[in-house]
Design a protein around this ligand. Sequence first.
Ligand SMILES: Nc1nc2c(ncn2[C@@H]2O[C@H](COP(=O)(O)OP(=O)(O)OP(=O)(O)O)[C@@H](O)[C@H]2O)c(=O)[nH]1
Ligand SMILES: [Zn+2]
Ligand SMILES: [Zn+2]
Ligand SMILES: [Zn+2]
Ligand SMILES: [Zn+2]
Length: 311
Amino acid sequence: MCTTCGCGDEAGTRISNLAGELQTPGPGHLHSHTDEHGRTYTHEHPDSHQHAHADSHDHHPGHADGHHHADPGTETILLEQNLLAKNDLLAATNRGWLAGRGVRAFNVMSSPGAGKTTLLVRTLTELGGRLNAGVIEGDQETSLDADRIRATGRPVIQINTGAGCHLDADMLRHGLDALSPEPGSTVFIENVGNLVCPALFDLGETAKVVIVSVTEGDDKPQKYPHMFMAADLVIVNKSDLLPYVDFDVDECLRRIRQINPRAEFITLSATTGEGLADWYGWLDGATSPAAAPTPGAARPEPLTGSLTEAH
Ligand SMILES: Nc1nc2c(ncn2[C@@H]2O[C@H](COP(=O)(O)OP(=O)(O)OP(=O)(O)O)[C@@H](O)[C@H]2O)c(=O)[nH]1
Ligand SMILES: [Zn+2]
Ligand SMILES: [Zn+2]
Ligand SMILES: [Zn+2]
Ligand SMILES: [Zn+2]
């Protein structure tokens, strides 16, 4: 469960295969842990997948080493630290897995409806075969977004988080197993629409892309600083609506800079296509960690090829 917002445990997590069929949990592979405080942690794995839980991957929040209890607030913080520490270990595993294959993974985050799926569908459609990419879709319920991606002809895996409000590193690990991206390819991860909790969970991704749409207001960076602090790229979407809303792009950029001086910043419209060349140019330059240039070495060919030539 996410102690940040108190959302439900992982019991409702479901994952689809490439054909879009939701995998029901196999009887032997659904496990729960109840700790001495009566909290239950439930976690299910698709039948197709086996991995040892004893060493690299257990969900016990570290209560084995006898301890006395402080006040409940302290205990909640400890639980959260343990969960995030476990997540960070799995994220590191994902990062190594991706780097070993030269696969780039972009974690796309925003509030609900900012345009994540619209941008991904347009990107996959316009870049076509020039970008070898698949998508891992995170939503609480439905495969609506995965269906939109599948219509582009690109491979997609849906993860339904049930009561969960974010993807975590373990979910991505299962999503990557199901998607099985080719070496050198690109994976877009559409996180659950939420500007709060996804910021806390490192997935081991190559870069975090945060989308804010102009209908949400230019004060979002200060209201949700963790999300904007974590961003490698901030996209202001729905620029076609700028004439109709009170959103100051320069002011938004100024607010982002106060929180995160290193993030890149692009304004675009996923529906009209304005500014998309900048996004494709960013994608072109975002190399996987394995392909990142080492000092003195020649810069490797961009994995995406010459994406910007057509724009
Ligand atoms: N005017 C305008 N509308 C847009 C733009 N991008 C997306 N939309 C619209 O915004 C709505 C939400 O877009 P989605 O792509 O579903 O947003 P999302 O971030 O994937 O939403 P969730 O997955 O529910 O979090 C849809 O009606 C889109 O057509 C844009 O650039 N301009
Ligand atoms: Zn949460
Ligand atoms: Zn598990
Ligand atoms: Zn979406
Ligand atoms: Zn697992």
